[in-house]
Write a protein that binds this ligand. Structure first.
Ligand SMILES: [Zn+2]
Length: 284
């Protein structure tokens, strides 16, 4: 199957209500099991896939999500575009709770997560712009069309969690000019780029983080994401009807070209077998 668009739902966004004719598939990967079964179905007649990032019953904390298995599974299902839906806190007064942001940059503060598919070989991909500019623009246009007010651009600082940040950290991130804060965009963005898929995000703002609030509660986070679920679904529905955004010409789709440093003869048969869905086309 060739899924035009895969979307990964985060906290509070567990049900892909917008998929028609849904079926679920359990995908096995050499990196272990994904967070859960993947739901396949159609939106506006196009094949799409949905994965709940935290698994059924929200089992996995941000540090324990098997990001590699999730992204690998979507790649083997033929996905070419991946949209992450994530709950975030706001670090700016003007980005109010219930706003939706399409960030364009990431600052990675995670430290306990495996962040590459390439354990056994040396691959250096470019990540200057971690989100696909074309897909992000298409999402923004879709939001305009369905009448959702949306912030385009902004830096997402990704913390390890699972605790929310301290007030000192939150204030420091503000001074560094970051816009939103969350726990899951990394290493998701790195892995999606390594898998040569386009990546973008609808970040739903749930709270003002602790720089402005007494504290962040998970109840507020989940209840605000649910309030935004209808808007995010409408945006996804609209963007799907306009895919492909650009006929596979964007740079994300060629991220591994000139990035594989290890010579082909130095790659073991075992590594090649595992990585074939990702880089097979470059190693004849
Ligand atoms: Zn792209």
């Amino acid at each position: 199957m060739n899924a035009e668009l895969a979307f990964i739902g985060g906290s509070g966004f567990y049900n892909p209500d917008l998929l028609e004719n849904p079926t679920t598939v359990a995908v096995k990967t050499p990196f272990g099991p994904p967070s859960g079964d993947i739901v396949l179905g159609q939106i506006s007649g196009k094949n799409c896939a949905f994965l709940a990032r935290h698994g059924a019953g929200h089992r996995f904390s941000p540090s324990r999500i098997n990001y590699r298995a999730n992204v690998y599974a979507l790649k083997t299902l033929g996905a070419v575009n991946v949209v992450a839906i994530s709950a975030v806190g706001s670090l700016k007064e003007e980005i109010e709770p219930l706003a939706i942001v399409i960030p364009d940059q990431i600052f990675d503060r995670t430290r306990l997560r495996t962040n590459t598919f390439f354990d056994d070989i040396c691959v250096h991909i470019g990540l200057a712009d971690p989100f696909c500019l074309d897909l992000s623009h298409a999402l923004w246009q879709a939001a305009q069309k369905v009448g959702c007010s949306i912030e385009k651009g902004g830096t997402y600082v990704c913390i390890e969690g699972p605790q929310f940040s301290t007030r000192a950290e939150s204030n420091a991130y503000r001074r560094m000019g970051f816009d939103i804060i969350g726990m899951t965009v990394m290493p998701e963005a790195k892995l999606v780029r390594e898998a040569e898929m386009c990546f973008s995000m609808l970040a739903t703002v749930t709270d003002y983080d602790v720089w402005r609030e007494e504290g962040v509660t998970i109840e507020t986070v989940i209840s605000n994401v649910k309030k935004n679920a209808a808007s995010t679904q409408r945006i996804i529905q609209e963007v799907v009807s306009h895919l492909p955004v650009k006929d596979g010409t964007c740079e994300c789709r060629h991220a591994l070209k000139d990035a594989i440093v290890t010579s082909p003869e130095a790659i073991s048969a075992e590594a090649l077998d595992k990585l074939r869905p990702l880089l097979g086309k470059y190693l004849k």
